[in-house]
Write a protein that binds this ligand. Structure first.
Ligand code: KIV
Ligand code: ZN
Length: 514
C-alpha cells in the first residue's frame, strides 16, 4: 500500500470562501480536530493576508504538535518572510508558495512572460528554502497550463529545493483521466520527480474534485489537498471524508492508505458545520444524515439479513456509535463524564462542570439526552463561554403572541456587567425579538439570508437548533442557537450572528453608549 499524505486546507481555502469565516478560537478548535484526525499537514492560513490570519497561523503553529503546519505565500519576498514568521515555531513548519502557470493567468493576472514566471519561481523557492527545509510549490491553474511548461516549472522548483509539488485544478476544470495523465506525464518527464511528493488540489465546480484527486493518486500523486465537508471557493474543494473513505473502502483499486483516524471524521465534520452555522445536506456522502439510512423495504430486509448487502462501510468506521446510550435526569456527573469521554471529548474540569450544569437544566426539559444532544450541548457551551468574553449575551426574554394581536418581545441582554433592555412589536414573536435585539445592539445595516430550524434528536421534547445567516457589505455572518424552546434558540442564534457582525463591523453608536 502506498502512503498518501493528507494536506488539509479547511483553515485556508475553506475558510476564505463566503460564509465560512472563523474567529481565532474556532480555528484552534478546527486545528484540534485535524490533529485528532491525524492529517499530515494543516494549512493554517495565508499569513500575509491580514493580521488576523497571521495571528491564527502563528497560534496554530505553536499549538499543534502532531502535524506539519503550513502557511500559504505568493512567490514574493514579503509573503515568504511573513509566512515563515508565522510558522517558524511549528514542530514541522512548511512554507507553501504559489504562482500561476496558465497562459490566461500569466498574461492577464500576473502580466508576466513565461520566462519571468520561471525565473521568479527559481528565485523564490530558493529564498523560501533558506528559511525552511519543507517547501511546497504550487502551480496555480496547472490543469489549464501547457504540460510542457508545467514540466519545466516543476523541474525548476525541484532543483531549487521544493519538497512537494502541487498541481491544482484551480477552477475545477479537469477530468479524472486528464488528471491521471498529467501526474503520470510529470512523474515521467521531470528529472528527480521521484524525490518529491506530488500533490493534487482539486476544486469541485463540475462535481469531480474527489474523483480527480483519486485519479491523481493512480497517476502517482502522494499527497491530496482537501477540506472537511468539502468547504472551499465556489463549489468547494475535495472533501476529506470522501477521498479518505474512498481509499479505505477501495484499497483494491487505489492500493493506497492514509494515516487518518477515520473514527474522528463524523465529529470533525459536525464541529466544522457547527462553527460555520450550516448542516450537512441530508444526502452528503459519508456525513449526511441519510448516508447510512435504509428506507426502502427491500434494502431494510437485506441489511437486516446481512449489513453488507447495502452497506459498503460502517457508521462506526467514521465515528458514529451504534450503542446510542441515553442519559437522563438520574445520571450523575460520573456517567456524564464517562459518556463524553467515550464520545471522544476530553474536557477540562471547568468545562465539564459548565456542561454538566447545562445537562441538568436540559434533563428538566427533556426526558432522555442522546449522544446527539450531548454533542450539541458541548459545542454550544464552548461557544457561549467564548462569547461571554466580549459580545452580548441573552439575559432573559419574554414574548407575548397570539393569532389576533401583534406580537411583542421584551429582551434583556448583558455585556460584561451591563444590562440593556428593549421591547418591540413584530410580525410574530421571532420578528419582534430580532427587532428588540437590533434596537439594543444596533448592528450595521444587514439583510437576512437564511433561517432554519432542525431537531437534534427524536421526540417532541427534542432540542431545536436554529441556524441563520446575516449578510452585510458582501460578507456572511452565521449564527446558531440551541434550546428546547425554538424562540429562545432563534434569539440565541440571532445574537450569535449579530456578535460576529459587530466583531467585523463595530458599531460606533453602541460602543459610545457602552
Ligand atoms: O486553487 C488553487 O490553485 C489554490 C492554490 C493557491 C494552491 O488554492
Ligand atoms: Zn484552491
Amino acid at each position: 500500500m502506498k502512503q498518501i499524505k493528507i494536506f488539509d486546507t479547511t483553515l485556508r481555502d475553506g475558510e476564505q470562501s463566503p460564509g465560512c469565516s472563523m474567529n481565532l478560537r474556532e480555528k484552534i478548535e478546527v486545528a484540534r480536530c485535524l490533529e485528532r484526525l491525524k492529517v499530515d499537514v494543516i494549512e493554517a492560513g495565508f499569513a500575509i493576508s491580514s493580521p488576523g490570519d497571521f495571528e491564527s497561523v502563528q497560534t496554530i503553529a505553536r499549538t499543534v504538535k502532531e502535524c506539519s503546519v503550513a502557511s500559504l505565500a505568493r512567490a514574493a519576498v514579503k509573503d515568504i518572510d511573513t509566512a515563515w514568521e508565522a510558522v517558524k515555531d511549528a514542530v514541522d513548519p512548511r512554507i507553501h508558495l504559489f504562482i500561476a502557470t496558465s497562459p490566461l493567468h500569466m498574461e492577464y493576472k500576473l502580466r508576466m512572460k513565461p520566462e519571468e514566471v520561471l525565473a521568479r519561481t527559481a528565485e523564490m523557492v530558493k529564498y523560501a528554502k533558506h528559511y525552511c527545509s519543507n517547501i511546497e510549490f504550487s502551480a496555480e491553474d496547472a490543469t489549464r497550463s501547457d504540460p510542457a511548461f508545467l514540466a519545466k516549472i516543476v523541474d525548476v522548483a525541484i532543483r531549487n529545493g521544493a519538497t512537494t509539488v502541487n498541481i491544482p485544478d484551480t477552477v475545477g476544470y479537469t477530468t479524472p483521466s486528464e488528471m491521471r495523465w498529467l501526474i503520470e506525464y510529470l512523474r515521467e518527464n521531470v528529472e528527480n520527480s521521484d524525490t518529491v511528493d506530488f500533490s493534487v488540489h482539486c476544486h469541485n465546480d463540475l462535481g469531480m474534485a474527489c474523483a480527480n484527486s483519486l485519479a491523481g493518486v493512480l497517476g502517482g500523486a502522494t499527497q491530496i489537498e482537501c477540506t472537511i465537508n468539502g468547504l472551499g471557493e465556489r463549489a468547494g474543494n475535495t472533501s476529506m471524508e470522501e477521498v479518505v473513505m474512498a481509499m479505505r473502502t477501495r484499497g483494491d483499486i487505489y492500493k493506497a492508505t492514509t494515516r487518518i483516524d477515520t473514527t474522528q471524521i463524523y465529529r470533525a465534520s459536525k464541529t466544522v458545520y457547527d462553527i460555520i452555522g450550516q448542516s450537512a445536506p441530508l444526502n452528503k456522502p459519508i456525513v449526511g444524515k441519510n448516508a447510512f439510512m435504509h428506507e426502502s423495504g427491500i434494502h431494510q430486509h437485506g441489511v437486516l439479513a446481512n449489513k453488507q448487502t447495502y452497506e459498503i462501510m460502517t457508521p462506526e468506521s467514521i465515528g458514529i456509535r451504534a450503542d446510542n446510550i441515553v442519559l437522563g435526569k438520574h445520571s450523575g456527573k460520573h456517567a456524564f463524564e464517562t459518556r463524553l469521554k467515550e464520545l471522544g471529548y476530553a474536557l477540562s474540569t471547568e468545562e465539564l462542570l459548565r456542561c454538566f450544569e447545562e445537562f441538568k437544566i436540559l434533563c428538566d426539559k427533556k426526558k432522555t439526552v442522546s449522544d446527539a444532544d450531548l454533542e450539541a450541548l458541548v459545542a454550544h457551551s464552548a461557544k457561549k463561554e467564548a462569547k461571554a468574553v466580549g459580545g452580548y449575551e441573552l439575559d432573559w426574554f419574554a414574548v407575548h403572541t397570539s393569532n389576533f394581536t401583534t406580537a411583542t418581545s421584551t429582551i434583556s441582554l448583558k455585556r460584561g456587567e451591563e444590562r440593556f433592555e428593549a421591547v418591540c412589536l413584530g410580525d410574530g414573536p421571532i420578528d419582534a425579538s430580532f427587532k428588540a435585539i437590533d434596537a439594543i445592539m444596533k448592528p450595521v445595516p444587514h439583510s437576512f439570508a437564511e433561517y432554519t430550524i432542525n431537531s437534534i434528536s427524536e421526540g417532541k421534547d427534542t432540542l431545536g437548533s436554529v441556524t441563520l445567516r446575516l449578510c452585510a457589505q458582501g460578507r456572511v455572518f452565521p449564527g446558531r442557537g440551541l434550546s428546547t424552546d425554538i424562540i429562545e434558540a432563534s434569539i440565541l442564534a440571532y445574537i450569535d450572528a449579530a456578535n460576529r457582525l459587530q466583531d467585523t463591523f463595530p458599531n460606533s453608536e453602541t460602543d459610545k453608549e457602552a
